[in-house]
Design a protein around this ligand. Structure first.
Ligand code: HEM
Length: 111
């Protein structure tokens, strides 16, 4: 997919997209973005086959108490798609990532 540099580019683009989206940014208002960046990169790296180790919390624990709605989840996926697009991923590559992330949805919605 492009290795570590591409994963980092996707993550930085994603953070940028979130910062420009008022609705989604609200969720991240109190977040330590340096930590988020580090853990999101690790997570995405493991998701896409590594080699790396995820040292963050479980998806359930991290998103618990946020009461993420389905609409906001979908918006966030759109922002990630833009982030992947800007990082140069093909549609096939974008879809591969989305297919890996999609099953995690249940650990995030309305928790
Ligand atoms: C499949 C989609 C998603 C993935 C893979 C994902 C992944 C992650 C990761 C790896 C972290 C950092 C964990 C840590 O610090 O230990 C995180 C944190 C966070 N995520 Fe997600 N996330 C997803 C969807 C969402 C959605 C839809 C929202 C809200 C609309 C959201 C809001 C947040 C927030 C606010 C934090 C920071 C929590 C804090 O400040 O402690 N995430 N996410």
């Amino acid at each position: 997919m492009g290795g570590q540099a591409t994963i980092e580019a996707i993550t930085d683009n994603f953070i940028n997209e979130v910062s420009f989206n008022e609705t989604i940014f609200q969720y991240f208002e109190k977040t330590n973005i340096t930590r988020f960046r580090e853990k999101f990169i690790e997570h995405l790296c493991v998701d896409t086959g590594g080699p790396c180790t995820y040292t963050g919390d479980t998806m359930l624990k991290v998103h618990q108490g946020q009461n993420i709605t389905e609409a906001d989840f979908n918006t966030t996926v759109d922002l990630l798609v833009s982030a992947m697009e800007k990082a140069g991923l093909s549609y096939l590559q974008q879809n591969r990532v989305l297919r890996i992330l999609a099953p995690m949805r249940g650990e995030m919605l309305y928790k």
